[in-house]
Design a binder for this molecule. Structure first.
Ligand code: ADP
Length: 681
């Protein structure tokens, strides 16, 4: 199972490179893409708004065209109906007077007509009638002024044998104004022969006002125009300054054609002509805003990504440069991460380690039980000591090496523990140095002991030499005296006195050496048993590690302090422990346990004594060895001095106690000695 962090680290190294090598071109390309996108969106939106506006305008135009066509249709229909009504006027062959009456009635019903005339074949007027709604149209210049238009219309009418219209023309009125009119000429036929004409004069203004459905043209300006745009008649008014839509329709009449023009003064589409455009514009604004926000967000994300890549690259560089091994485990004990230093330390590759749990491939087989217990304790949530603990790991090639492990819980961003993070230091080199210093320290001690012994021996021999030489001289002299003849008893007794004196002197020498040893009595101090053990444990554990011995201490609670020569007692404990460990240094001994116990003495009468015992599981003491065990210089070891136990016994006895030993169960030996509790003396 590849560790996620490892993956991230690797991929980020690549990312970071990509960022570095192509940062500028990539940034420029991204800016170009963003600019293009923005441009496209803006263009699209402008087009959309424009199209919406255009659509709106075309809608207005179409409606206008349709209304114009309808208006033309209205006028045409009414004109046709008028022609039919006018033809009906002639049916019963009226007299001129009767005709005038009927024409008068007709004019009252049709405001669009201003005058009606009945003319004969030569266009002479037989009868006429004017509209009652205004003064006579032709009052100012006379009817003849319009003769050419009448002629034109009637010729056309005769040619078509049907109604025909003249082109429109202007008639000035008496009040100074004028009006545009149009002649309709209707040829009359009687028994198949032409029987004169019926003339009707239409006012263009009234055509617009009366013939078009008012509902249809509301909101428009409607007019008849000439080809050049001159207005002949207008209905409605145009609003100034606003956009005007225009539609033109031709009103085709027999003999003439009128142009009907319609202008809409409806306001041109404003900024928001209708809901559609407003909607599109709102959406456009929203889209641009979202784009801007997205851009901002993207910039922020890119920055965060770059920071993260930098941080990861930094972390990876840091991890790779570490000489400390790092390992992460999840809560089930599976390895989830290892750094290069850890792999290098063990000789395993990361793939061989990731996902492994119990037993880990780097656990020495003989220590698997102990490590499993330790892991179980850890997984149960027990915090390891902050200063770390020592352990032994096995490399891939099978070699063991000591490590210092510092563990800490692995807490994720949510504050939940997801496993354990451990740092490892290979302390083989440190151990080697310590071992070297211990060995040299031991050698020094041995040398010092030898020096002391040698010194004492030479002192003794020097001091004893003289009295012994004197004794020997006196003895020889006495013997000579006895052999050579008569001597006085006085001489002999003198010699013997001298011998006695020298012997006494020798005794004094020996006593002084004894006193030298006893001088140490003065340095006794009160000390807690724990302190004594603590002082020697570091020294013991050095050798214990070397000989793969496990050291256990048991101290009875609430023990009193003891009164002792601390240095000497420590020396005793050290000697006994060292002997015990050495006795287990044999290939056939697998269980190597050294136990140091301190408890109250159980021997009756010694309740105020504290008993120290050192037990080993070694080869034990044979009866032959036992015989000479405390003899100075007796040893079974190649490099032994044979002074250790005799010194220990001396020290034990100096403190008023005894050094004893007994076999240990199931094997080995237990040495014990006791010291007085401090309150006792
Ligand atoms: P050294 O340790 O220098 O040999 P000692 O006086 O301390 O001198 O020990 C004398 C001998 O007693 C040792 O050589 C060893 O044979 C024997 N001896 C001492 N302690 C033990 C022990 N715990 N188990 C077996 N033999 C021991």
């Amino acid at each position: 199972m590849p560790h996620p962090l490892a993956g991230i680290g690797a991929s980020h190294a690549v990312n970071a490179e990509a960022f570095d090598s192509s940062r500028i071109p990539f940034g420029r390309r991204r800016r170009f893409l963003w600019a293009s996108l923005l441009l496209l969106v803006v263009a699209l939106l402008v087009m959309l708004v424009w199209l919406a506006g255009r659509y709106e305008a075309s809608q207005v135009q179409t409606r206008l065209e349709r209304d114009a066509a309808d208006a033309v249709g209205d006028i045409r229909a009414r004109l046709i109906r008028n022609v039919q009504s006018l033809q009906a006027l002639q049916f019963n062959d009226p007299t001129p007077n009767a005709w005038r009456n009927e024409a008068g009635t007709f004019l009252r019903q049709h405001r669009e007509l201003v005058r009606m005339e009945w003319r004969d074949n030569e266009l002479r007027t037989l009868s006429h009638a004017d509209t009652p709604f205004r003064s006579s149209v032709f009052a100012r210049y006379g009817r003849d002024s319009a003769h050419s238009e009448v002629l034109q219309a009637c010729r056309t009418a005769r040619r078509f044998s049907g109604p025909a219209y003249s082109s429109s023309y202007f008639v000035p009125l008496v009040d100074g104004l004028g009006m545009e009119v149009l002649e309709l000429c209707l040829p009359l036929v009687k028994a198949g022969q032409p029987a004169g004409y019926l003339l009707a004069t239409y006012a263009l203004q009234e055509l617009l006002d009366d013939l078009i459905d008012g509902q249809r043209v509301r909101g428009y300006e409607i007019s008849f125009t000439e080809g050049d745009g001159t207005r002949l008649a207008v209905r409605g008014t145009s609003r100034k300054g606003s956009r005007v839509f225009t539609a033109q329709q031709l009103l085709d009449l027999p003999g003439t054609t009128l142009v009907l023009r319609m202008d809409s003064w409806r306001a041109a589409p404003d900024l928001f002509p209708n809901v559609l455009t407003a909607l599109v514009t709102a959406m456009a604004i929203a889209l641009v805003s979202i784009l801007a926000l997205l851009g901002k967000d993207m910039r922020r994300r890119l920055k965060a990504e770059r920071d993260l890549a930098d941080a990861l690259a930094f972390r990876k560089a840091m991890e790779d440069s570490l000489v400390t091994g790092l390992r992460a485990r999840d809560l089930q004990g599976h390895i989830t991460y290892v750094n290069p230093a850890f792999c290098q330390m063990l000789g395993f590759s990361a793939e061989e380690l990731l996902g492994q749990s119990d037993p880990a491939p780097y656990w020495p087989p003989e220590l698997v039980d102990e490590y499993q217990k330790r892991q179980a304790i850890r997984l149960a949530g027990d915090l390891p000591p902050r200063e770390g603990f020592e352990s032994v790991f096995m490399r891939k090639d099978g070699s063991r090496f000591p490590v210092l492990i510092i563990e800490a819980p692995l807490i994720n961003a949510q504050g939940v523990q997801t496993g354990w993070m451990s740092a490892f230091l290979d302390i083989s080199e440190q151990r080697r140095v310590e071992e070297l210093s211990r060995a040299s320290h031991e050698r020094l001690q041995a040398t010092a002991r030898l020096a002391t012994v040698g010194e004492m021996a030479s002192l003794l021999s020097h001091e004893l030499n003289q009295p012994l030489a004197a004794i020997s001289g006196y003895a020889t002299g006495s013997l000579n005296m006895l052999r050579d003849g008569p001597h006085t008893t006085a001489d002999l007794s003198l010699a013997l006195r001298r011998i006695s004196e020298q012997a006494e002197r020798a005794g004094k020498v020996i006593k002084s050496v004894h006193d030298f040893v006893r001088r140490r009595d003065q340095v006794r101090e009160v000390v807690a048993p724990q302190v004594l053990l603590d002082a020697i444990l570091p020294l013991i554990s050095l050798q214990a590690r070397k000989l793969s011995v496990q050291v256990k201490t048991h101290i009875e609670p609430d023990l009193p302090k003891v009164l002792c020569d601390r240095t000497m007692v420590e020396q005793v404990l050290l000697n006994l422990a060292r002997n015990g460990m050495q006795s287990m240094d044999r290939p056939d001994i697998k269980r190597r346990l050294l136990q140091l116990r301190v408890a109250r003495a159980k021997t009756p009468g010694r309740e105020h004594w504290v008993e120290f015992s050192v037990s080993d599981g070694g080869h034990g003491i044979t009866p032959e060895v036992e015989e000479q065990l405390f003899t100075p210089f007796f040893t079974t070891k190649a490099e032994g001095m044979g002074l250790g136990l005799s010194l220990c016994r001396t020290v034990a006895e100096q403190h008023g106690g005894l050094l004893a030993f007994k076999p240990n169960e199931p094997q080995g030996t237990t040495f014990t000695f006791s010291l007085p509790a401090s309150g006792m003396t």
